[in-house]
Structures are given as C-alpha cells and as structure tokens.
Ligand binder design. Structure first.
Ligand code: MSP
Length: 501
C-alpha cells in the first residue's frame, strides 16, 4: 500500500476562517479522499499558525495574552473544517510542544551546517505579510504590494538564513524533478523567483517575545516563516529524537496559495537542504478566490464566511462549487450568482435530476427493484473512459477537470435515457435493460463524486440499494462496469438538490 501525505497552509489565527481558507482546505480534502479511494494510506494535515507580531498585535487589540487569544480562535478553524466535511487526520497548532521541538531541531541543524549567521536588518516590513520588502517591490515606493498600505521601518539584529547560497542547488533540484510544482505556469513563477536572485532572509527577532526561542541564543525568537513551515515536519514526528518522521516524509503535496510560493518553493526546500532533510515530492499551487477582483482577506474587508454559504447550497453544493468553478491554479471570481447558477445547472438539473428520474422510473416500471446492468451496455465504454480521465485529472491535482469529465458522463447517461424514453415503455426486459445500465452508471458516478461530495455520494449509494459505506469502496476494483447487483430496492427520497429560485 502506498502512503500519501498532503498538507494545507496553516492559517493565521488573527482572522476567522473565510472562503479563501476553505478553498485550499477543500481542494486538499478532495485530493486526499481520492487517494483513500484508490487505496493509499493517507495523512491529511491542516492547522493554525499562532506565533509572530501579527498575532501578538491581534491579541493586544482583543485584550488577551497571545496564547489565550490563539486558544480562542484555533477551535473555530477546526469547527469550520468539521462543518465542511473535511476529513483531516491531524490538526497542528504551532504552540504545541511537538511543533516547538521540531522548530528547535531544524534551526539547530541549519545553524550547525553554517547556514544561519548573525546580521543587522534594516528594512521595510509589512506586519500583515510578516515579510520584508525592498523599495522596488513597494507600490508607489511606500505601500505593501499585497495589503496596499504603508509598511514599517525596521532595524534590528537578526539571524539570517543564507538563502543566497542555494540558488544553483534549487534550480538543479527543480530541473531534476520536472512537474513537481503544479500547475506548470505556477512552477514558472517559482523558477522566476529563484533566477531573479536570492536574498538571505531573517529567521529571528529580538523585538518580539511571542515565538520559539533559538536553541543557541534564546534572546532571539524564530521568525514566523521558519517557525510556520516546520509544522509539516513536526506533524510527522520530526524532532522527537527518532527517524519516525521518515515514515511519512517526504510529503507528497504541499497545497498552497500563489501568495506563498516564495516561502514554500524557495525558502523551504533550501532550509531542508541545509538541514539534510529530503525535499517535498510536490507542491500544488492554487490561485486566489477574488471578490470584485480583490483577494478575499481580512485586511480588504471583503470576507465571505463559508459557513453562511452552506445554508444556501448545502455543504456538498458549496464544496462542488469551489472545486468545479475555478481551474485549480488560476484565480477564481466568487459571486453569489455564480454559486447559485452552478448549483442549479450542475447539481439540481444534472446530477439531482438523473438520480430522481432513475428512481421514479424504477418505481413505476420495475416495482421499485433495481434491475441488473447488461455487460455490453453502450454506456460501459463511456464509463471506462471517464474513470481514466478522472484518474489522470486527480494525478495532476486538477479537481475541476475530474468533475468536468464526471459531468460529461452524467450528461451521457441523461441523454441515453432521453433517447430510450423508458418512461414511455411497457414494463419488461427492455425497460429493465435501460434502467439497469442507468443504475450501474449511478453507482459509478457516486464513487467518482465521492471525493468532492462525500455525503451526496453516500446518499446516492444507499438509495440505489448498495450496501455499506461508500468510503470503504476502492478503485480500480470497483470501477469496472457491471457491478451493480440488481434485485435491490431503489429509494426515491427527497430531491438531492432542490432548485434555488
Ligand atoms: N500562516 C501563513 C501560511 C503558513 S504555511 C507554513 C498564511 N496564512 S493565511 O491564513 O494568511 O493564508 C493561508 C493561505 O490561505 C494563503 O496562502 C492561501 O493559500 C489561502 N488563502 C487566503 N486567502 C485566499 C483567497 N482569497 N483565495 C484563495 N486562497 C486564499 O499565509
């Protein structure tokens, strides 16, 4: 059995969970559900990023000490993921002891390798990004290019990670591992960052106490990004004094947003090289979900709470929308109209309608008992092609493509019913043949939509009379045509996706 380890960014606890956080987390959830479906042993990690100036300031504003403040927000992320049916295997908080020991271990290894040195930093710092900028990078020479507001002047003694030494090694690594960053055009952004020259980056602060002390100089605390990135190793046991982390490391995919390419595809592999730890196997880079053309963020004030949206379209309706609507990697435009439009067209009119009409015809023409499919059904080939296409799409972390291909099969089955018009036939073998095929197609469709819409998949599965949990089903075994047993009661039930008007 192979193992599959995937991570989301850990989210800053200065904001409530919003659609932007939900986006990456749902993509990772669907991807890891796919891997469970194909039989992999999976670890899916998410969590919260709790140290640094930004959190300290948010805690001050809330009148709490930073730990109490983080304790009040972190559960909101865990709860939101539960409500969105996210099946994460672990949730890491950077204030946990396991994380602190991993950060100390990684820092010490890089220090011992001679890649961390003391220096003085003078520069322009954006607290919201927790990042220094050069004058050229600032908008209008004064403002953070992401947050569009003035940055602060900082000067302090910092330890620096000697990133500039790693340019050639990083380029060589990516040349040796083509396709490790998907999609391709995001990989090119990462290579561009490396080729444009690497500046050493600061890994510590003396002006701040809310962080993890450097093991060799506790008057400094670790800089947020060095701290945060290490969560991916901490969660699999790095720093516990053994090599157990190698059971899961190297990670298969870090799912990230395009805003944190530099940290994940440049800083992080260099840190790992320095520490003698294997590099990630993959990075999957998503775009931003935009609202009126702006990144959704607390600082922009255009935050959409995902939990409000599930009241409108249901958990699976929401998950489907974020997975299907935006080609992964590109920016997506979020709108309420878009959400409802997709729900009505793809879920109410296509999938929901197919499930309902199959159950209705089986009730009327087959006494409510599902007939068996025919081995040489005209739908069998379409189903096999769909499975191949969906598999290739998930292999490339392209959920929108996996769903698009699946929906082509739904349309094919709907067209098959419209051509044959079983509702106009007399009961008997001709109707049974058509409905057996349609039920078999629904069985396969339930499996194929299960990574994106787990509850809907289970509902279809049970209604057509399949026993057990669909989450126990495995591909490719369950993917071959003809396994719908026939002879089971088919339940009509309420509409899966009532139209929203
Ligand atoms: N804490 C850091 C990440 C450390 S990972 C070692 C951080 N946190 S964050 O909460 O600000 O954002 C995390 C990620 O959420 C972003 O990088 C991005 O992947 C995702 N998104 C936040 N807003 C988003 C959108 N509006 N759209 C899509 N994804 C967005 O950065």
């Amino acid at each position: 059995m192979s193992r599959f380890y995937a991570t989301t960014p850990i989210y800053y606890v200065n904001a409530q969970p919003h659609l932007g956080h939900a986006y990456t987390t749902i993509v990772g959830d669907a991807l890891t559900r796919w891997h469970r479906l194909i039989g992999d042993e999976v670890k899916y990690l998410t969590g919260t990023d709790e140290h640094g100036l930004k959190i300290q300031q948010a805690a001050d504003a809330a009148g709490l000490d930073p730990q109490s403040f983080a304790d009040s927000i972190a559960p909101k992320f865990a709860d939101a993921w539960q409500r969105l049916d996210i099946a994460n295997d672990d949730f890491i908080r950077t204030t946990e002891p396991r994380h602190k020991s991993a950060v100390s271990e990684l820092l010490q290894r890089c220090y011992d390798a001679g890649d961390i040195e003391l220096g003085v930093y003078r520069g322009k710092y954006c607290v919201a990004c927790e990042e220094y900028y050069t004058e050229e990078e600032l908008t209008g020479g004064t403002d953070c290019p992401i947050h569009k507001r003035p940055v602060d002047d900082y000067e302090e003694e910092n330890y620096f990670f000697k990133l500039s030494r790693f340019e050639d090694r990083l380029l060589q690594h990516y040349a040796d591992h083509p396709g490790s960053i998907v999609p391709e055009f995001r990989a090119n952004e990462a290579y561009g960052l490396i080729r444009s020259g690497l500046r050493d980056f600061s890994v510590s602060r003396t002006s701040l106490t809310w962080g993890i002390p450097l093991p060799w100089d506790p008057s400094h605390v670790a800089y947020v990004w060095f701290d945060a990135l290490t969560n991916y190793l901490a969660a699999v046991g790095f720093g516990d004094g053994t090599d157990s982390y190698k059971d899961w490391w190297p990670v298969d995919y870090h799912l990230i947003g395009k805003d944190i390419i530099r940290h994940h595809c440049v800083y992080w592999p260099a840190m790992l090289m320095s520490a003698g730890v294997d590099l990630p196997k993959g990075w999957a880079v998503g775009g931003w979900l935009l609202v009126d053309g702006e990144k959704m963020a607390k600082s922009t004030g255009n935050v959409v709470n995902p939990l409000d949206l599930i009241d409108v379209v249901g958990v699976d309706g929401f998950r489907y929308y974020v997975l299907a609507d935006t080609p992964y990697g590109q920016d997506g435009d979020f709108s309420y109209e878009g959400l409802v439009g997709r729900y009505n067209s793809d879920l109410a009119n296509n999938l929901g309608n197919l499930a309902a009409r199959v159950a209705t015809v089986v009730a009327k023409k087959c006494d409510g008992i599902g007939p068996a499919p025919s081995p040489d059904s005209p739908l069998a080939e379409a189903a096999a092609t769909t499975l191949d296409g969906v598999t290739a799409a998930w292999d490339h972390v392209a959920p929108h493509r996996a769903l698009d291909i699946t929906w082509q099969l739904i349309r094919t089955v709907n067209a098959y019913l419209e051509t044959n018009e079983p509702w106009k036939m007399e009961s008997g073998s001709a109707v049974d043949a058509v409905m057996g095929d349609a039920l078999e197609a629904l069985r396969l469709l339930a499996i194929l939509v299960s990574p994106a819409m787990p509850a809907t998949a289970q509902e279809i599965w049970s209604r057509i009379g399949m026993s057990g949990e669909i989450s126990a089903v495995r591909l490719p075994e369950a993917g071959t045509w003809g396994q719908y047993p026939g002879g089971q009661p088919v339940i009509k039930g309420d509409s899966l996706f009532p139209r929203i008007t």
